[in-house]
Design a protein. Structure first.
Length: 338
């Protein structure tokens, strides 16, 4: 039996939002359109002149890849043309992108995104992803403002990611569970493949860049050693899996269980990942799937955001694993006040 397409699913679930008149549905459709276009380019990156770097560095001080720019342009174009957003925030843009067109004059939403997360992996053919977060605007009218993005993660009305891997999947939540859609290239549609995704309460995979071990807080060091101890009763030692694309690591842990940690390091004293368009959307998804997402001491979605590109440490995944890591942080590390 042909599985439900993303469009059919969104319309069906629209009933969950009696007051919505289809705007959120159209916004999610716009994201799906851009995702298909980006996926097409990611899949042929090796064939066309789209590999490599542009020679620029972004506000994060990271080398900008040509596919970063392409993905950013595609999502901005699709969101701006769709008429449902009044502003966009992107990892690739220092400032917000106000959307001020006739079609978006009644737009209710703003979208924050990391258009191509893990882009350092593009040239070596490893999965990359897009992360997005949707808020209701707080400003009253006209183009959106920075204030529209200064909202806690608990205020998100939807969040999701697209993973461009062995298959292209779109995973999202509107606060009523998590659903995964796999792109069927033969019909060019995302089809429901992973309904009601729930992560395992406990897992045996830990994802962290152990190359930074010497610079980790003591609590993280102790937790990593805990993961490596022999203890059959708790299935330890765990497996270490680290892809270098957060979306890919977190997607795997969402499906099979596990914990992803990007803690503070001396190089990234506030953590590396960004609160607005990486940690909050991933936290929303993980919590909706029964997992947890914290800074090592505090729930990610309750952090007050003060800057567009604000960073935070991230511990996310299976609830029992995050709890255990937080025990070590509480016992051995002075936890950052974020
Ligand atoms: P490192 C990608 O740049 C990213 O934001 C995450 O997707 C990924 O998990 C992490 O950074 C990789 O960072 O320092 O381990 O290379």
């Amino acid at each position: 039996m042909k599985s439900k397409t993303l469009g059919q699913f969104i319309i069906e679930k629209q009933a969950d939002f009696p007051f919505a008149k289809g705007e959120l549905s159209r916004l999610l459709r716009d994201i799906g359109i851009a995702a298909k276009i980006v996926n097409r380019e990611v899949n042929k990156a090796g064939l066309v002149e789209i590999l490599g770097e542009t020679g620029e560095t972004n506000i994060q001080g990271e080398k900008v890849k040509k596919l970063d720019v392409f993905a950013n342009e595609q999502f901005i174009a699709a969101l701006s043309a769709g008429g449902e957003v009044c502003a966009i925030a992107s990892e690739e843009n220092d400032e917000i992108i106000p959307v001020d067109s006739a079609i978006s004059k009644n737009a209710k939403y703003v979208v924050a995104m990391d258009p191509l997360d893990g882009s350092s992996n593009i040239d070596v053919n490893v999965s990359v992803g897009t992360i997005f977060s949707i808020y209701r605007r707080t400003s009253l009218s006209g183009p959106g403002t920075l204030e529209d993005f200064m909202q806690r993660g608990t205020e998100q009305i939807a969040a999701g990611y697209i993973i461009y891997g062995s298959s292209c999947m779109l995973v999202y939540t509107t606060g009523k569970g998590v659903n995964g859609f796999t792109l069927d290239p033969s019909i060019g549609e995302f089809c429901l493949s992973h309904p009601n995704m729930m992560t395992r309460k406990d897992g045996n995979v830990y994802s962290v860049n152990e190359g930074n071990y010497l610079h980790f807080p003591d609590g993280v060091k102790k937790y990593i050693k805990y993961c490596q101890e022999e203890d059959k009763a708790s299935s330890r030692p765990y497996s270490s899996r680290y892809i270098g694309s957060g979306v890919a690591d977190i997607h795997r842990n969402l499906i099979v269980g596990g914990i992803y940690i990007y803690p503070t390091t001396t190089k990234s004293p506030k953590g590396k990942l960004r609160l607005l368009y990486e940690c909050n959307p991933l936290a929303f998804i993980i919590e909706q799937a029964g997992g947890k997402a914290t800074t090592g001491s505090k729930r990610i979605m309750e952090i007050d955001i003060k800057e567009l590109h604000q960073r935070t440490p991230l511990f996310c995944g299976s609830a029992d694993m995050v709890d255990k890591a937080m025990e070590f942080m509480s016992k051995y590390s002075t936890t950052e006040k974020v």
